[in-house]
Design a binder for this molecule. Structure first.
Ligand code: MN
Length: 275
């Protein structure tokens, strides 16, 4: 009863209008762990609970589903591998370190103090490298005169890894500073224009890469300038072992638009380090 009440409260305060593209959640844990012992349970777990319910992201997004699931598990005092799995999933679904701290503190009042303690012990380990990432971001900021800015949530779906955006100028020539965490890069993309257009990058800190389709990647250092003509398929991002930032200037043109394409695969990206 108590769990249901918490769920109802949670559901009512969640932003249910968040719309996300429908994406199928793939789950194989049931079959892997119980496939021969309990085939029907495994099928319900993988194909119904995850394959259908979790996958209805057009009705309730993955982040919200993670929030509800965590509340239900923590309220029961479950601190086994299923809570660990759902904490890890929640992090992947966009729940930040600050948010999980607030969520568990909130649950503590409704579900019980010791349950929150137990959940915190697990959550601390799941979000542990976020503390490291915060420290690393602060260190990178100290070596760069332009701001790192805010998490790049607007374009996150066109990036592999985490990036940040800081508007620097919005008059005369407007441009932003884009910061990439180590290993982060944007998808292959094309800046289209009927006339003029394209993009210019001015590297300001760290080390990164720029690559055009069917050409070798170019290593980037602070001070490097990259001129990208309209219509050229390319990507840009950080080196695997370094933060990276560049100013990005969208060049004026007629009928300009951006076309986002496939991600730079891990295999493709890993090959750069050998060069
Ligand atoms: Mn570009």
């Amino acid at each position: 009863m108590k769990t249901n009440a918490v769920l109802l409260i949670l559901l009512s305060v969640l932003n249910l209008s968040t719309t996300m593209a429908q994406e199928k959640v793939k789950q194989t844990a049931g079959r892997e762990q119980l496939g021969t012992f309990a085939p029907q349970f495994a099928e319900l777990n993988d194909d119904v609970l995850f394959g259908q319910v979790w996958s209805r992201t057009d009705r309730l997004g993955l982040r919200d589903r993670s929030l509800v699931t965590l509340t239900a598990l923590i309220s029961q005092g479950l601190t086994d591998s299923s809570l660990l799995y759902h904490l890890q999933t929640a992090r992947q679904n966009g729940i930040t370190r600050t948010e999980i701290s607030e969520i568990i503190t909130h649950i503590a009042f409704y579900a019980g103090w010791p349950k929150a303690w137990a959940a915190f012990r697990m959550a601390k380990d799941v979000w542990t490298d976020d503390v490291a990432a915060d420290d690393a971001r602060a260190a990178f900021q100290r070596e760069m005169i332009f701001p790192v800015g805010e998490p790049n949530t607007a374009y996150a779906r066109y990036f592999t890894g985490r990036s940040y955006l800081a508007p620097v100028s919005s008059e005369q020539v407007s441009f932003v500073n884009v910061t990439f965490e180590p290993g982060c890069r944007n998808n292959w993309h094309i800046h289209h224009a009927a006339e003029g257009g394209g993009q210019m990058l001015v590297c300001v800190a760290g080390r990164g890469w720029y690559q055009e389709a069917d050409k070798p990647a170019r290593a980037l250092r602070p001070g490097d300038v990259v001129h990208i003509s309209a219509g050229v398929k390319h990507w840009h991002g950080a080196a695997a072992d370094s933060w990276f930032a560049h100013l990005a200037f969208e060049i004026a043109g007629r009928d300009v638009s951006n076309e986002w394409l496939e991600p730079v695969s891990d295999e493709e990206y890993a090959r750069l380090a050998d060069k």
